[in-house]
Design a protein around this ligand. Structure first.
Ligand code: 1HE
Length: 273
């Protein structure tokens, strides 16, 4: 996973600059958050999960989309197994809830997030990826849920989010048998929306992030916050929530100007990309 040299990314300042397990940069409306523990394959320690939470609570003003990637040869090796000390049940629940809080902040935060995946995307790494809104997987990416082999269960929202991407049967198979999906299988199964060549993930994510950033913020808000909740509702409630959200979105001054622009021939048409 490499970042194109011509991208105008600058190190983030203030609180974000203090998060030492992340490398955070900004270019215009796009925030790039890199997991930065390559020696430990970006395994998620308590400090790293806390820093991810802090980062996504404090998305800088003016940022409209974010990209998450991993430094080194792998996206993320999941939970830092070195920290798996003896916990009692209550401590175990609280530890898992800490991950839920951080990943909820990504899924239901201020801006849509794209994950660029390469190498290992396993355990908690897949849980992190599945909390993002779009996943771009490079050819080297592979997906696994080795919790069964480690005597664990998913604890970072994986049992809720992964089946929504690939179905309960496929996740059951991965967890019971240790099956690892390669990039093509992962894309086919729904774990990633885009499959790209090695090294091409960041450029693809940047292009997608710039497009998302140019949308109406209210439309992006609706997609991030209403769509997954509607998908969880029964039909009658879902349809009603949709109507409310549609009415809110179309009533903004931004929406009215965008519609006028289209009707006056000032806006782009839908084109096949
Ligand atoms: C780690 C971790 C880790 C690597 N926690 N230290 N996740 C797993 O079960 C995946 C475990 N990791 C691996 O299978 C492999 O490390 C990889 C396939 C990801 C990468 O292999 P490789 O050959 O590139 O690296 P390596 O030599 O295995 O590891 C390099 C170092 O990273 C080494 O430490 P060192 O001090 O000996 O150099 C490893 O110990 C360390 N390392 N992965 C801690 N995960 C909320 S619940 C979520 C539950 C889960 O995520 S369970 C799945 C955990």
């Amino acid at each position: 996973m490499s970042q194109p040299a011509d991208a105008d990314f600058r190190p983030a300042s203030g609180l974000l600059a203090q998060l030492d397990l992340l490398r955070i940069e900004v270019a215009g409306p796009v925030l790039h958050v890199r997991l930065n523990r390559p020696a430990k394959r970006n395994a998620i320690s308590d400090t790293l999960i806390t820093q991810l939470h802090t980062c996504f609570v404090n998305v800088p003003e003016g940022v409209r989309a974010a990209i998450v990637s991993g430094e080194g040869d792998h996206f993320c090796a999941g939970l830092d197994l070195g920290e798996l000390v003896e916990r009692d049940v209550a401590e175990g629940v609280l530890h898992s809830r800490m991950w839920h809080t951080a990943f909820d902040q990504i899924q239901f935060g201020k801006v849509p997030v794209i994950a660029v995946l390469h190498g290992a995307v396993v355990g908690g790494g897949l849980e992190l990826a599945s909390a993002c809104h779009i996943r771009v997987a490079e050819a080297s990416a592979y997906f696994g849920l080795p919790e069964g082999q480690r005597g664990l269960f998913v604890g970072g929202g994986g049992s809720v989010r992964v089946p929504r991407l690939m179905g309960v049967a496929r996740m059951t198979d991965m967890m019971l048998t240790g099956r690892v999906y390669d990039v093509n299988e992962g894309v086919q199964a729904g774990l990633a929306q885009y499959g790209v060549a090695d090294g091409a993930g960041f450029a693809k994510a940047l292009a997608l992030a710039q497009r998302m950033a140019s949308n109406s913020p209210m439309s992006n808000f609706a997609v991030m916050h209403a769509l997954p909740r509607i998908a969880d509702q029964a039909q009658a409630e879902g349809l009603f929530t949709e109507s409310l959200m549609a009415a809110v979105a179309e009533s903004t001054p931004d929406a009215k100007e965008r519609l006028r622009a289209f009707l006056e021939g000032r806006a782009g048409k839908v084109v096949k990309s």
